[in-house]
Ligand binder design. Structure first.
Ligand SMILES: Cc1ncc(COP(=O)(O)O)c(C=O)c1O
Length: 369
């Protein structure tokens, strides 16, 4: 049996009934017509003549070609297309067996450690230091990894803290994985949303032959509804196992989604550029909100991505606060119990266009605290 996915269950109950949300992790969703309007001639032709047939099991060739261009050393044959959450499922099932030792960044996206637990693996959690800006210290990873560690799982840009390691720190993590011969599963779902592009660490699949990079259309592109993500992995034996395992999940991806993703990726400078502009605007609002309420919140400004994890310094615990806000005002926020991380943090999302209104609603209703 596998534990319920706490965050996804909370979204399932409230995402489509809440009046407003201040906790979404994706960028503003694009309309299909906006994506199609960005198509070049080739992709527009593919869209117009698209047959709704089964698709190539590893992903449309042109799409894999475009994806491989995001990396330095990955060929289209080393890219496997699947829904992002499905990618995690495929990788964990093909990498792990009962009893294996796994180290995973935590708090975090639950499937990154819960699948391993449900398979009977021994999972060590690698915690960041909030007082140092949520830094994941490679020295702590070195202390947790063992010679028989099978897999190290990291997620940078990090959900929920927005932490991004420096290049040298990321290289140190890769060195630790290499030292114990472990694979490195690197969830890079929020890649390209670094406020300073120069601060973007390399992708794990480029640095390490046993590195597996996960990325997709959901967050940075605002195209979660296409359900397209991918794994980039140069370990050919692992790649073949994951591709074959997909026969037991979705077999192949949706044809319209693949073409929309191709268009989105080819127009990435435009799409991601707009998303970053919105993120910068929204972050400026959060900066002044938290500055005025420094006695109430501890605010660590994220270096990238669409989410942050402020701590409530006094007043009620965050599960109670979130419940009351939802009941009284219809505002959806996530508390830290959904990450199994105590009762004092909130996950705030700032990638959406209506974030200023959601923040105003939060502000209006904070008076009672
Ligand atoms: C870190 C991380 N990895 C993977 C996923 C899964 O992406 P998707 O919901 O598009 O399957 C998410 C979604 O929230 C995420 O935050």
């Amino acid at each position: 049996m596998i534990e319920p996915f706490r965050l996804e269950r909370r979204f399932a109950s409230h995402e489509y009934t809440a009046r407003s949300t201040l906790t979404a992790s994706d960028c503003e969703p694009l309309a299909q017509s906006e994506v199609v309007a960005l198509a070049d001639d080739e992709a527009r032709g593919m869209w117009e003549d698209l047959k709704l047939a089964y698709t190539e099991y590893r992903g449309l060739g042109l799409l894999r070609e475009e994806i491989s261009g995001l990396y330095e050393s990955v060929s289209p044959d080393e890219v496997l297309v699947a829904a992002p959450e499905e990618c995690i499922f495929l990788a964990m099932n093909c990498l792990l067996e009962k009893g294996d030792n796994v180290v995973c960044t935590w708090p975090g996206y639950q499937s990154l450690y819960e699948l391993a637990r449900s398979m009977g693996c021994e999972v060590e959690l690698w915690e960041p230091d909030e007082a140092s800006g949520w830094r994941f210290d490679p020295a702590r990873l070195r202390g947790l990894a063992r010679p028989d560690t099978k897999l190290i799982v990291v997620n940078f840009p990090h959900n929920p803290t927005g932490f991004l390691p420096e290049r040298t720190e990321f290289e140190e993590m890769v060195g630790i994985a290499r030292g114990c011969g472990a694979h490195l599963f690197s969830d890079e779902m929020y890649r390209l949303l670094e406020l300073d592009p120069a601060a973007r660490p390399p992708a794990a699949c480029d640095l390490y032959d046993r590195g597996i990079s996960l990325f997709g259309m959901s967050k940075s592109f605002g195209m979660a509804g296409v359900r397209i993500g991918w794994l980039a992995a140069r370990d050919q034996a692992l790649y073949r196992r994951m591709a074959a395992f997909k026969d037991y999940t979705t077999i192949c991806s949706s044809a319209p989604s693949e073409v929309l993703s191709l268009i989105g990726l080819r127009a990435r400078d435009t799409i991601v550029g707009r998303n970053l502009e919105r993120i910068r605007r929204n972050l400026a609002l959060l900066d002044s909100f938290f500055e005025q309420r420094a006695e109430l919140f501890e605010w660590v400004r994220p270096a990238c991505g669409t989410i942050a994890f402020p701590r409530l310094l006094n007043g009620p615990d965050t599960p109670e606060l979130c419940r009351e806000l939802l009941e009284r005002t219809g505002l959806l926020l996530l508390d830290s119990t959904l990450f199994d991380y105590g009762r004092r943090h909130l996950r705030i999302g700032f990638g959406r266009e209506d974030m200023p209104e959601a923040l105003a609603l939060f502000e209006e209703n904070l008076d009672g605290i």
